[in-house]
Design a protein around this ligand. Structure first.
Ligand code: FES
Length: 293
């Protein structure tokens, strides 16, 4: 079995949930304000914030490891370790916000990722203390141990992103299966006003659900699977969110601007895929935007 296959086995271990459930509840309690959660998710950025922030501790600690190998450069290594320790706090908070809203297998692996990072952070804090007390040798041992652990943990984080699709747009994945041609969604008069309607488009082998919202003579059409975790947007609602008319996902409440698909409320941090629309003899026609064709 590959190393990554072992990680999948860990994601299958339901016994972890006993420890995870109270921690998840605590994270949700601490990060209760929606504005704080949205900031940490990266909803304002249109991209998950956690992998952006993670560059700082990982990059700082890796660079410190190189500088520590050159004796005259060790003071600079200490500065970089301190930078990484400081950056680890907001990085962990953004990761925790995402983790609490992920599906069960990602939460299990995420718990391992967070535990390894916490130990790595403790080793780096210990390293700073040791260096401050003039025990440079011990400081370097602790920081190299922290680097090894942080690197392993970063690999787990990569597996969560690439193999478990956490943080990836599930709407983009669904869009790839949709035909590149114009899709006839039926007469405009058949669309209900101001609420999502389910339509389907031809896909590779199976139909792809679409969520269409009519506002007067205008219809906005989106991939029907939510960018966050594939929730059924066509079963959602249309609401005003922060002054924008949004399509709201029924699963975790992500809100996507009807005008451009941008997320206005998380946990989604990426836009919802929106189709081009034109009217033809009173019928609504839609097709994927040019980036998919
Ligand atoms: S699936 Fe989570 S908000 Fe839509």
């Amino acid at each position: 079995m590959s190393v990554m296959g072992i990680l999948d086995r860990v994601a299958d271990v339901a016994a972890l949930d006993k420890a995870i459930t109270p921690v998840r509840r605590a994270v949700q309690g601490v990060l209760k304000p929606q504005a704080l959660r949205d900031f940490l998710h990266g909803t304002w950025l249109g991209h998950p914030l956690h992998p952006v922030l993670a560059q700082v501790p990982v990059g700082s600690w890796l660079s410190a490891g190189v500088l520590d190998a050159v004796p005259p450069l060790r003071p600079a290594a200490t500065l970089l370790i301190g930078t990484g320790v400081a950056a680890a706090v907001p990085t962990a908070l953004s990761g925790a916000a995402d983790w609490a809203e992920q599906e069960v297998g990602v939460r299990r692996l995420g718990a391992v990722h967070a535990s390894a990072n916490s130990v790595a952070l403790s080793l780096y804090v210990g390293s700073l203390v040791a260096r401050g007390r003039g025990r440079g040798g011990l400081g370097r041992v602790l920081s190299y141990a922290g680097l090894g652990l942080a690197a392993g943990s970063a690999a787990i984080g990569g597996h969560m992103s690439y193999a478990q699709s956490s943080g990836a747009s599930h709407a983009v994945t669904a869009a790839r299966a949709l035909t590149r041609d114009w899709i006839d969604l039926g007469p405009l008069d058949d669309f209900p006003e101001g609420q999502p309607a389910l339509r389907t488009g031809k896909g590779e082998g199976s139909a792809v659900p679409l969520a269409a919202v009519r506002r007067g003579a205008r219809v906005d059409v989106f991939i029907g699977r939510c960018a966050h975790l594939s929730g059924p947007l066509y079963e959602g609602s249309v609401e005003q969110v922060r002054g924008n008319t949004c399509l709201v996902c029924p699963w975790h409440g992500s809100a996507f601007d009807l005008d451009d698909g941008e997320p206005r409320r998380g946990p989604a941090s990426t836009p919802q895929e929106k189709l081009e629309v034109r009217m033809e003899s009173g019928r609504v026609m839609a097709r994927l935007p040019a980036r998919h064709r």
